[in-house]
Design a protein around this ligand. Structure first.
Ligand SMILES: [Zn+2]
Length: 323
Protein backbone atom coordinates (compact mmCIF):
# COMPACT_ATOMS: atom_id res chain seq x y z
CA UNK A 1 0.00 0.00 0.00
CA UNK A 2 1.39 3.39 -0.93
CA UNK A 3 1.67 5.91 1.88
CA UNK A 4 -0.80 8.81 1.82
CA UNK A 5 0.65 12.27 1.38
CA UNK A 6 -1.09 15.57 1.98
CA UNK A 7 -2.06 17.24 -1.31
CA UNK A 8 1.11 18.76 -2.72
CA UNK A 9 3.35 16.86 -0.26
CA UNK A 10 4.23 20.04 1.69
CA UNK A 11 2.07 20.98 4.67
CA UNK A 12 -0.32 23.90 4.29
CA UNK A 13 1.88 26.25 6.30
CA UNK A 14 4.89 25.58 4.05
CA UNK A 15 2.83 26.10 0.89
CA UNK A 16 1.40 29.32 2.27
CA UNK A 17 4.89 30.62 2.97
CA UNK A 18 6.03 29.79 -0.56
CA UNK A 19 2.97 31.54 -2.02
CA UNK A 20 3.59 34.64 0.10
CA UNK A 21 7.20 34.72 -1.07
CA UNK A 22 5.99 34.41 -4.67
CA UNK A 23 3.66 37.39 -4.16
CA UNK A 24 6.56 39.42 -2.85
CA UNK A 25 8.72 38.32 -5.79
CA UNK A 26 5.99 39.42 -8.22
CA UNK A 27 5.62 42.75 -6.42
CA UNK A 28 9.36 43.48 -6.65
CA UNK A 29 10.35 42.12 -10.09
CA UNK A 30 13.78 40.49 -10.10
CA UNK A 31 14.30 40.74 -6.32
CA UNK A 32 15.50 37.51 -4.70
CA UNK A 33 13.05 36.74 -1.91
CA UNK A 34 14.44 34.44 0.79
CA UNK A 35 12.20 31.59 1.92
CA UNK A 36 12.64 28.56 4.12
CA UNK A 37 13.27 25.92 1.50
CA UNK A 38 11.99 22.58 2.82
CA UNK A 39 13.72 19.23 2.70
CA UNK A 40 12.30 17.25 -0.20
CA UNK A 41 12.64 13.51 -0.74
CA UNK A 42 15.29 14.11 -3.38
CA UNK A 43 18.73 15.66 -3.38
CA UNK A 44 19.10 19.42 -3.51
CA UNK A 45 20.29 20.10 -7.01
CA UNK A 46 17.58 18.02 -8.67
CA UNK A 47 15.06 20.82 -8.96
CA UNK A 48 13.78 21.01 -5.38
CA UNK A 49 13.33 24.80 -5.65
CA UNK A 50 11.16 24.59 -8.74
CA UNK A 51 9.34 21.62 -7.26
CA UNK A 52 8.34 23.50 -4.10
CA UNK A 53 6.93 26.33 -6.20
CA UNK A 54 4.97 23.95 -8.40
CA UNK A 55 3.60 21.99 -5.43
CA UNK A 56 2.51 25.22 -3.74
CA UNK A 57 0.75 26.57 -6.83
CA UNK A 58 -0.89 23.55 -8.43
CA UNK A 59 -4.55 22.95 -7.71
CA UNK A 60 -6.90 20.07 -8.42
CA UNK A 61 -8.12 19.99 -12.02
CA UNK A 62 -5.06 21.84 -13.33
CA UNK A 63 -2.67 20.52 -15.93
CA UNK A 64 1.09 20.30 -15.52
CA UNK A 65 3.93 19.89 -17.98
CA UNK A 66 7.47 19.11 -16.81
CA UNK A 67 10.45 19.50 -19.14
CA UNK A 68 14.18 19.13 -18.86
CA UNK A 69 16.28 20.69 -21.67
CA UNK A 70 13.10 20.87 -23.74
CA UNK A 71 12.32 17.17 -23.36
CA UNK A 72 9.41 15.63 -21.43
CA UNK A 73 11.13 12.24 -21.37
CA UNK A 74 14.46 12.86 -19.68
CA UNK A 75 15.12 11.26 -16.31
CA UNK A 76 14.82 14.46 -14.27
CA UNK A 77 11.53 15.44 -15.93
CA UNK A 78 10.02 11.96 -15.62
CA UNK A 79 10.92 11.66 -11.95
CA UNK A 80 9.65 15.10 -10.99
CA UNK A 81 6.43 14.53 -12.93
CA UNK A 82 5.75 11.16 -11.31
CA UNK A 83 6.46 12.60 -7.84
CA UNK A 84 3.99 15.44 -8.44
CA UNK A 85 1.39 13.02 -9.83
CA UNK A 86 1.80 10.83 -6.75
CA UNK A 87 1.39 13.70 -4.29
CA UNK A 88 -1.18 15.89 -6.09
CA UNK A 89 -4.26 13.79 -6.57
CA UNK A 90 -6.66 15.12 -9.20
CA UNK A 91 -4.19 17.00 -11.39
CA UNK A 92 -3.54 16.18 -15.03
CA UNK A 93 -0.21 16.06 -16.80
CA UNK A 94 0.55 16.74 -20.42
CA UNK A 95 3.46 17.02 -22.81
CA UNK A 96 1.68 19.67 -24.92
CA UNK A 97 2.72 23.24 -24.17
CA UNK A 98 -0.67 24.72 -24.99
CA UNK A 99 -2.55 22.33 -22.71
CA UNK A 100 -0.49 23.16 -19.61
CA UNK A 101 -1.56 25.57 -16.87
CA UNK A 102 1.77 25.23 -15.08
CA UNK A 103 5.07 24.33 -16.76
CA UNK A 104 8.04 23.34 -14.64
CA UNK A 105 11.25 23.49 -16.59
CA UNK A 106 14.96 23.05 -16.41
CA UNK A 107 17.12 24.85 -19.00
CA UNK A 108 14.45 25.85 -21.54
CA UNK A 109 11.42 28.07 -22.11
CA UNK A 110 9.10 26.46 -24.69
CA UNK A 111 9.33 27.77 -28.25
CA UNK A 112 5.60 28.26 -28.45
CA UNK A 113 4.77 31.70 -26.98
CA UNK A 114 3.07 31.26 -23.61
CA UNK A 115 -0.30 32.78 -22.73
CA UNK A 116 -1.49 35.00 -19.89
CA UNK A 117 -3.25 32.08 -18.22
CA UNK A 118 -0.08 29.99 -18.07
CA UNK A 119 2.85 30.16 -15.72
CA UNK A 120 6.32 28.74 -15.95
CA UNK A 121 8.53 27.71 -13.04
CA UNK A 122 12.26 27.52 -13.76
CA UNK A 123 14.64 25.44 -11.66
CA UNK A 124 17.62 27.56 -10.62
CA UNK A 125 21.01 26.41 -9.31
CA UNK A 126 22.48 29.86 -8.54
CA UNK A 127 20.07 32.76 -8.08
CA UNK A 128 22.55 35.61 -7.73
CA UNK A 129 24.36 36.93 -10.82
CA UNK A 130 26.72 38.92 -8.56
CA UNK A 131 28.17 35.79 -6.95
CA UNK A 132 30.92 35.73 -9.60
CA UNK A 133 32.17 39.17 -8.57
CA UNK A 134 31.29 39.40 -4.85
CA UNK A 135 31.50 36.46 -2.41
CA UNK A 136 29.72 38.17 0.52
CA UNK A 137 25.94 37.94 0.41
CA UNK A 138 25.59 41.03 2.64
CA UNK A 139 27.62 43.10 0.21
CA UNK A 140 25.73 41.64 -2.76
CA UNK A 141 22.45 42.75 -1.18
CA UNK A 142 23.75 46.33 -0.95
CA UNK A 143 24.91 46.24 -4.60
CA UNK A 144 21.49 44.94 -5.69
CA UNK A 145 19.71 47.56 -3.59
CA UNK A 146 21.75 50.34 -5.15
CA UNK A 147 21.40 48.84 -8.61
CA UNK A 148 25.20 48.83 -8.79
CA UNK A 149 26.18 46.26 -11.40
CA UNK A 150 29.41 47.96 -12.47
CA UNK A 151 31.55 44.96 -11.45
CA UNK A 152 29.38 42.65 -13.50
CA UNK A 153 29.76 44.97 -16.47
CA UNK A 154 33.54 44.98 -15.98
CA UNK A 155 33.42 41.16 -16.09
CA UNK A 156 31.51 41.29 -19.38
CA UNK A 157 33.96 43.89 -20.68
CA UNK A 158 36.89 41.58 -19.86
CA UNK A 159 35.19 38.96 -22.03
CA UNK A 160 34.94 41.42 -24.88
CA UNK A 161 38.63 42.31 -24.54
CA UNK A 162 39.70 38.64 -24.50
CA UNK A 163 37.27 37.09 -26.97
CA UNK A 164 35.78 40.04 -28.87
CA UNK A 165 32.36 39.17 -27.54
CA UNK A 166 30.47 38.24 -24.40
CA UNK A 167 30.97 34.51 -24.06
CA UNK A 168 28.30 33.65 -21.45
CA UNK A 169 26.27 30.83 -23.02
CA UNK A 170 23.65 30.47 -20.29
CA UNK A 171 22.65 32.07 -16.96
CA UNK A 172 22.83 35.36 -18.86
CA UNK A 173 22.54 38.36 -16.47
CA UNK A 174 19.34 40.21 -17.29
CA UNK A 175 17.99 43.47 -15.88
CA UNK A 176 14.35 43.28 -14.85
CA UNK A 177 12.04 46.29 -14.87
CA UNK A 178 15.01 48.64 -15.09
CA UNK A 179 16.50 47.71 -11.71
CA UNK A 180 17.43 44.26 -10.37
CA UNK A 181 19.70 42.07 -12.44
CA UNK A 182 18.81 38.37 -12.24
CA UNK A 183 20.56 35.15 -13.07
CA UNK A 184 18.27 33.97 -15.84
CA UNK A 185 18.93 30.31 -14.83
CA UNK A 186 20.62 27.87 -17.22
CA UNK A 187 18.41 28.73 -20.18
CA UNK A 188 20.33 29.33 -23.42
CA UNK A 189 20.65 32.89 -24.71
CA UNK A 190 17.98 31.93 -27.23
CA UNK A 191 15.37 31.99 -24.47
CA UNK A 192 16.44 35.24 -22.77
CA UNK A 193 14.39 37.50 -25.11
CA UNK A 194 11.31 35.44 -24.14
CA UNK A 195 11.56 36.92 -20.62
CA UNK A 196 10.90 40.40 -22.00
CA UNK A 197 7.22 41.44 -21.91
CA UNK A 198 6.24 37.78 -21.46
CA UNK A 199 2.52 37.16 -21.36
CA UNK A 200 2.98 34.39 -18.81
CA UNK A 201 4.26 34.83 -15.25
CA UNK A 202 7.82 33.48 -14.98
CA UNK A 203 8.95 32.21 -11.57
CA UNK A 204 12.41 31.09 -10.51
CA UNK A 205 13.01 28.73 -7.59
CA UNK A 206 16.42 27.97 -6.07
CA UNK A 207 15.97 25.27 -3.42
CA UNK A 208 19.52 24.95 -2.17
CA UNK A 209 20.05 28.72 -2.06
CA UNK A 210 16.54 29.27 -0.62
CA UNK A 211 15.50 32.06 -3.01
CA UNK A 212 12.47 32.81 -5.16
CA UNK A 213 12.32 35.53 -7.81
CA UNK A 214 10.01 36.45 -10.64
CA UNK A 215 9.57 38.18 -13.96
CA UNK A 216 5.92 39.24 -13.89
CA UNK A 217 3.91 39.45 -17.12
CA UNK A 218 4.52 42.46 -19.37
CA UNK A 219 7.72 43.43 -17.59
CA UNK A 220 10.90 44.54 -19.30
CA UNK A 221 13.86 42.15 -19.24
CA UNK A 222 17.05 43.44 -20.84
CA UNK A 223 20.14 41.25 -21.11
CA UNK A 224 23.22 43.20 -20.00
CA UNK A 225 25.31 44.33 -22.97
CA UNK A 226 27.14 47.33 -24.35
CA UNK A 227 26.05 49.82 -26.99
CA UNK A 228 28.75 48.64 -29.38
CA UNK A 229 28.63 44.96 -28.32
CA UNK A 230 24.95 44.09 -28.35
CA UNK A 231 23.41 40.95 -26.90
CA UNK A 232 23.18 38.14 -29.42
CA UNK A 233 21.42 34.81 -29.43
CA UNK A 234 22.93 31.60 -30.77
CA UNK A 235 23.46 31.40 -34.49
CA UNK A 236 22.42 28.25 -36.32
CA UNK A 237 23.65 29.08 -39.81
CA UNK A 238 25.92 26.61 -41.55
CA UNK A 239 29.17 27.30 -43.40
CA UNK A 240 27.19 28.34 -46.50
CA UNK A 241 25.22 30.92 -44.56
CA UNK A 242 21.98 28.91 -44.55
CA UNK A 243 19.91 28.48 -41.41
CA UNK A 244 20.18 24.89 -40.22
CA UNK A 245 16.93 22.97 -40.06
CA UNK A 246 15.77 20.33 -37.61
CA UNK A 247 16.43 16.93 -39.19
CA UNK A 248 13.16 15.57 -37.81
CA UNK A 249 10.59 18.30 -38.51
CA UNK A 250 12.44 20.65 -40.84
CA UNK A 251 11.81 23.75 -38.72
CA UNK A 252 14.32 26.54 -39.34
CA UNK A 253 13.28 28.82 -36.47
CA UNK A 254 13.76 26.73 -33.34
CA UNK A 255 16.64 26.25 -30.89
CA UNK A 256 18.59 23.22 -32.11
CA UNK A 257 20.48 20.53 -30.24
CA UNK A 258 23.55 19.16 -31.94
CA UNK A 259 24.21 15.42 -32.06
CA UNK A 260 26.73 13.17 -33.72
CA UNK A 261 24.98 10.56 -35.87
CA UNK A 262 26.40 7.25 -34.65
CA UNK A 263 26.14 5.66 -38.11
CA UNK A 264 27.64 8.37 -40.26
CA UNK A 265 29.68 10.26 -37.64
CA UNK A 266 28.19 13.50 -38.97
CA UNK A 267 26.82 16.36 -36.95
CA UNK A 268 23.04 16.51 -37.04
CA UNK A 269 20.58 19.00 -35.57
CA UNK A 270 17.22 18.55 -33.95
CA UNK A 271 14.75 20.81 -32.10
CA UNK A 272 15.53 20.97 -28.39
CA UNK A 273 11.83 21.52 -27.60
CA UNK A 274 10.26 18.08 -28.12
CA UNK A 275 6.66 19.34 -28.14
CA UNK A 276 7.48 22.04 -30.67
CA UNK A 277 9.15 19.43 -32.90
CA UNK A 278 6.10 17.15 -32.77
CA UNK A 279 3.66 19.98 -33.39
CA UNK A 280 5.68 21.36 -36.28
CA UNK A 281 6.08 17.91 -37.80
CA UNK A 282 2.33 17.36 -37.59
CA UNK A 283 1.74 20.72 -39.27
CA UNK A 284 -0.08 22.09 -36.25
CA UNK A 285 2.07 25.18 -35.84
CA UNK A 286 3.37 27.68 -38.32
CA UNK A 287 6.99 28.71 -38.52
CA UNK A 288 7.62 31.13 -35.67
CA UNK A 289 6.98 34.65 -36.80
CA UNK A 290 9.71 37.19 -36.06
CA UNK A 291 7.01 39.27 -34.41
CA UNK A 292 6.27 36.50 -31.92
CA UNK A 293 9.94 36.37 -30.98
CA UNK A 294 10.00 40.11 -30.35
CA UNK A 295 12.63 42.31 -31.94
CA UNK A 296 14.91 40.33 -34.24
CA UNK A 297 18.27 40.00 -32.54
CA UNK A 298 21.73 39.65 -33.96
CA UNK A 299 23.05 36.10 -33.73
CA UNK A 300 26.29 34.88 -32.25
CA UNK A 301 28.37 32.25 -34.01
CA UNK A 302 28.30 28.81 -32.41
CA UNK A 303 31.37 28.10 -30.30
CA UNK A 304 32.68 24.56 -30.17
CA UNK A 305 34.62 23.44 -27.12
CA UNK A 306 37.48 20.93 -27.02
CA UNK A 307 35.11 17.96 -26.76
CA UNK A 308 33.58 19.07 -30.02
CA UNK A 309 30.32 19.80 -28.25
CA UNK A 310 28.90 23.06 -29.41
CA UNK A 311 28.18 25.50 -26.63
CA UNK A 312 25.10 26.62 -28.54
CA UNK A 313 23.37 23.39 -27.67
CA UNK A 314 22.87 24.52 -24.09
CA UNK A 315 24.94 21.71 -22.63
CA UNK A 316 25.19 21.54 -18.85
CA UNK A 317 28.38 22.89 -17.37
CA UNK A 318 30.27 20.24 -15.42
CA UNK A 319 29.37 20.34 -11.76
CA UNK A 320 26.35 22.55 -12.30
CA UNK A 321 23.12 21.26 -10.93
CA UNK A 322 19.73 22.71 -10.35
CA UNK A 323 18.47 24.00 -7.05
ZN1 LIG B 1 12.13 19.60 -34.98
Amino acid sequence: MSPRYPFGFLDEYAKKEVRRSILKAVAIPGYQVPYSSREMPMGRGFGTGGLQLTLSLLGRGETLKVIDQGSDDSVNAVNLRSFIEMTCEGIDTTTRTDEADVIQSRHRIPEKPLREDQLIVLQVPYPDPLVVVEPSEDKRKILHGEGDYSRLLVKLYEDVVKFDEITISHRYPTRINGHYVIDSSPIPRWDVPKLNQSRALILFGAGREKKIYAVPPYTSAEPLAFEDVPFRVEDFTDEYGRRRACRRCGCTASFLDEFIDSNTGEKVYQCSDADWCNEYRAGRVEQLEEAEQGEPLPRMPGVTDEQGRSSVTGGTMPGVTNG
